[in-house]
Design a protein around this ligand. Sequence first.
Ligand code: ATP
Length: 677
Amino acid sequence: MQRPINPSLTSTADYYVLIVEDEFVIANDLRLILSEAGYSVLGIADSVAEAQELIEQRRPDMVLLDIYLKGKKSGLDLAKQLGDSGIPFIFVSANDNRSILEEVKATQPSGYIVKPFREKDIVTTLEIGRYRHAHSVEVKLREEKALQIALTEALSATEAWEQKLLKVAILLQAQVPFDLLTIRYRKAASDHTYSYYRVGFDEYRTINDADFLQLAKITPDQLVQLRSQTSFTQADRYNQDDFNALCRRNPCIQLLADTFRLQSALVFPLRNGPTDTFTVSFYSRQPDPYLSRHLALLERLEQPILLTLDRILAFEEVARLSEQLRRENSYLQEEVKTAANFEEIIGTSQHLLRVFNQVSQVAPTDTTVLILGESGTGKELFARAIHNLSSRRDKILVKINCAALPAALIESELFGHEKGAFTGAVDRRVGKFELARGGTIFLDEIGELPMELQAKLLRVLQEKEIERVGGNEAIRIDVRVIAATNRQLENEVAANRFRLDLYFRLSTFPIHLPSLRERQGDIPLLATFFAQKSARKLGKPFCGIADSVLNELINYSWPGNIRELENVIEQAVILNNGQSPLELGRPLVNSLFMGSLVPFGLPQTSQAQTSSPKALSDIKQIQQETERDYILSVLKQTNGRIRGSGGAAELLNLKPTTLEYRMEKLGIRKTLTVQTQ
Ligand SMILES: Nc1ncnc2c1ncn2[C@@H]1O[C@H](COP(=O)(O)OP(=O)(O)OP(=O)(O)O)[C@@H](O)[C@H]1O
């Protein structure tokens, strides 16, 4: 069927009228009247079927229509079809039955002429009908133009893309009524559906996939499955019976119909390529609202709608990608902030030096490392040091804490998931293993990994391949694994909570970190380091640590190890007034630094756990050794240089003469290079 045109009011010869009348004499009269008035008569049909045939051949500009015709169908049936196609018509009938007249009114004719008629009645009614129709076409054209402009405006608005999309939906509502509008956008692997459900006169609710899963009570798998069976190749409308038949053929539409109590649809594919489809579908709770003029309108507006939606969804794509980028970026920034290397690992005890050796040996290789040690002993710090000393240092180190996530989420967190893999998996997501490609993954608290995931991790370590949750494709990955635990893994294996094969695989190179109790000599150094760090952070001057305090620190058992020490020191720095409390009045642990921290209490348990207190002379010795080691380590950094920019005195924030004095006291000879010490 051709599209409606705007009929000219200037020429009657170009105006084609179809006469649908089963009484030959009347039909002939009408033909003569029309011809005399200068109109072209398209033909005479005595039944609806014949009229339809003629309309197929040429679209009339007006139809003069009798109600009772030959055949089963009446003029009222044809009137519906004409209205639907936007063809104006005038009833010419002898019928004045009330109920028929009601039906006539519902078809919205351009006029009604009662038989017997006069020539004048026909010509005048036709003129008026013609004018009104031309005017209504004009109005529609203006509306369409306005819609086109509004679509463009929606595009250039500054709102978020979701708002723009909703705006388009509201604009379309004015032309094609709907209770639910869905916009499906499928490109390569991504398949998104945006839905707007009308809940009030001008009120809509956005239905996303998660909402729909909940409303329809189905699983993501089922949704993916249902959608894969739904694809429309051509525009069509489905009222009442057609809609019921569509639902029977298409379970996805049936589900929509059941969920939102829908009775009709108009489906309009805007683009329909093999890997790229774009469909707008209107659904209504009315049984019979969609007319062919709606389809015709959408056809006319296809380009502006396509352009607008395409652009809006391109914004969405950009927004989604930049969100992903933002997430990765913030992860990376977090990594940069927490980067660690040997310089930040404080301690000179024999135990720790042994660990440094091991780290230096293993770091440049790609060997899997298992770091063991009590909580707070620095496992993460050493994992970072291994990464930073390896050839992967320029790539990312990704950390995952196996104890911090619910078991159900760890798998997708580690290996990622495909869209629809489980409830809430509305998008494909890359897991930590993929994120760490070329770099290192640090699996903290590996002892907490659920059994079924242990098997999967073993496979990753052996095959160097991962599979996303809900996916069936193996993805090769090049990632170095460092795992850590504060559990005794042998005990876990014995209790059948940890797989023996995974244990062997992980413990190729175990590193045991000493507890703080085993490295008491490092306590003053660590305490000073943390106090300086906290003071810097809080913008307070650092005034050193009082002996009595150090004594307490050294004699405490530190069940929470270095983390606990760090916290205790930070608290003390917060409470400290930044001036040396005179009441201490004793030599400080590190007399290089003047002033003192206010004394502070250790947790109650500390006393109970404290081993026998050390004599003050022991403490003095420990302090001196620590101070000596510390100065030596700084001198090592500066290659023995004391003065000038970057020299040891500057690093220690001391006058060079003071440093030289301390060195002399501690037996560090100035002339000696650090290597010979
Ligand atoms: N030798 C060290 N020198 C300086 N800071 C350290 C040292 N060891 C640990 N720390 C600090 O102590 C805190 C705890 O360290 P980390 O988080 O690495 O311990 P962990 O063994 O991984 O703990 P958990 O088992 O509880 O996860 C961190 O702030 C870390 O920077």
